[in-house]
Design a protein around this ligand. Structure first.
Ligand code: PLP
Length: 368
């Protein structure tokens, strides 16, 4: 009998969320972002869930090659680019487009003899201060790339620091777009700026922001990049994490629960023990009060999350018993609610799903 903990991936929701991205940015082609094993959903499932995307974007070369082996024939893009000279021939061999964000990468492309041309996304640093050329150095990098015979196309690319907010006090989307336009002024080529935040706000930004290619990630997995809730944006959960009650304790006033005895009952309580812990990817930082659903009723975590188990309050669910169904996140319980309670973001929870959790597929709204 396997441990009763499993994640159900909803391919129908992935298709729905991709359609939402298309309706937000109908003029753009879509890179569905599938880095980090498709945000924990599995590369092979992403390939099916996002079959109608225009391309798949990720950061791991070996996963990009695997996408080709799995039969993906449309474009693939490496968002962080390549890391060493030996990577470059593989880009050509598997027809993988690459970001170029540093002069070291430009030099490697200049020195490598490719037997097939590749597409390049030239990255500009417009204020994120992570990867990319400053606007003032951008045109020179573009000229050098353009002189390389085997560079087939150069797309202009930047990344937003605060796309979940229209008017961030430190750095707005509008300011980053302004710098981007300055840096790329007069240079031919397609443009790619928006992540999920940019896509979801495309309607409000229509006057200032246009993309030939958008790069949504989290929204395709039913998470919000911030600002409003995923549901408000019309997105559906793509991963439901479920377990069962495997033990029950009846405690009284003054009794404590779990490691560190951090939770103390102030009256009679029923505690349910659920087979899911931090070694499954559930955040240990989730405090007392983090939401969880047992037999369809929303209740809360009590005490500390341990490696293989957590404890929940069954007092409001008198019919709960061993075997009662528990939803940790997903269908009926937004992953962002759990993330917020735990002081993190939905992205991190999805990506942290542990290898020991069994993964199945099922439509949203069924038991998987
Ligand atoms: C991860 C990533 C994205 C997707 O971001 P979301 O916030 O998940 O939509 C887009 N562009 C780049 C360069 C990325 O690294």
């Amino acid at each position: 009998m396997p441990r009763p903990l499993f994640a159900t991936i909803h391919l129908d929701s992935m298709q729905h969320n991709l359609a939402q991205a298309r309706s937000c940015a109908p003029l753009a082609k879509i890179w569905a972002v599938v880095k980090a094993d498709a945000y924990g959903h599995g590369l092979e499932r992403a390939l099916r869930g996002f079959a109608s995307a225009d391309g798949l974007a990720l950061v791991e070369l070996e996963s990009a090659i695997r996408l080709r082996q799995l039969g993906w024939t449309k474009p693939i893009l490496l968002l962080e680019g390549f890391f060493e000279a030996a990577d470059v021939p593989m880009l050509a061999e598997h027809d993988i487009a690459t970001a170029v964000h540093s002069i070291e990468q430009v030099k490697l492309l200049e020195y490598t003899q490719l037997y097939r041309p590749i597409d390049v996304y030239l990255k500009m640093n417009t204020g994120m201060n992570r990867l990319g050329f400053p606007p003032a150095e951008y045109a020179a990098a573009w000229q050098r790339l353009r002189a390389i015979r085997d560079v087939r196309s150069i797309t202009h690319m930047t990344h937003f620091a605060n796309a979940d907010e229209l008017e961030h006090p430190r750095l707005t989307i509008a300011e980053q777009v302004r710098r981007f336009q300055l840096g790329a002024a007069g240079l031919a080529g397609e443009r790619s700026l928006s992540n999920s935040g940019g896509v979801l706000h495309q309607a409000e930004l229509a006057g200032q922001l246009s993309n030939d290619w958008v790069r949504p990630g989290i929204m395709l997995y039913g998470g919000t990049p911030g600002g409003r809730s995923a549901q408000d944006f019309g997105l559906r959960p793509t991963m439901t994490l479920r377990s069962e009650v495997i033990g029950i304790q009846h405690i009284g006033p003054g009794d404590t629960v779990g490691y560190g005895s951090r939770f103390e009952a102030d009256g009679p309580m029923t505690i349910g023990v659920v087979a899911c812990g931090y070694a499954d990817g559930y955040p240990r930082s989730a405090p007392h009060g983090t939401p969880v659903i047992v037999d369809g009723v929303r209740t809360t975590l009590v005490g500390r999350v341990s490696m293989d188990m957590m404890t929940v309050d069954l007092t409001p669910i008198p019919n709960a018993r061993i075997g009662s169904k528990v939803t940790l996140w997903g269908d009926g319980l937004p992953i962002d609610d759990v993330a917020q309670a735990a002081g993190t973001i939905g992205y991190e929870l999805m990506c942290a799903l542990a290898p020991r959790v069994r993964v199945t597929e099922g439509r949203l709204g069924t038991d998987g």
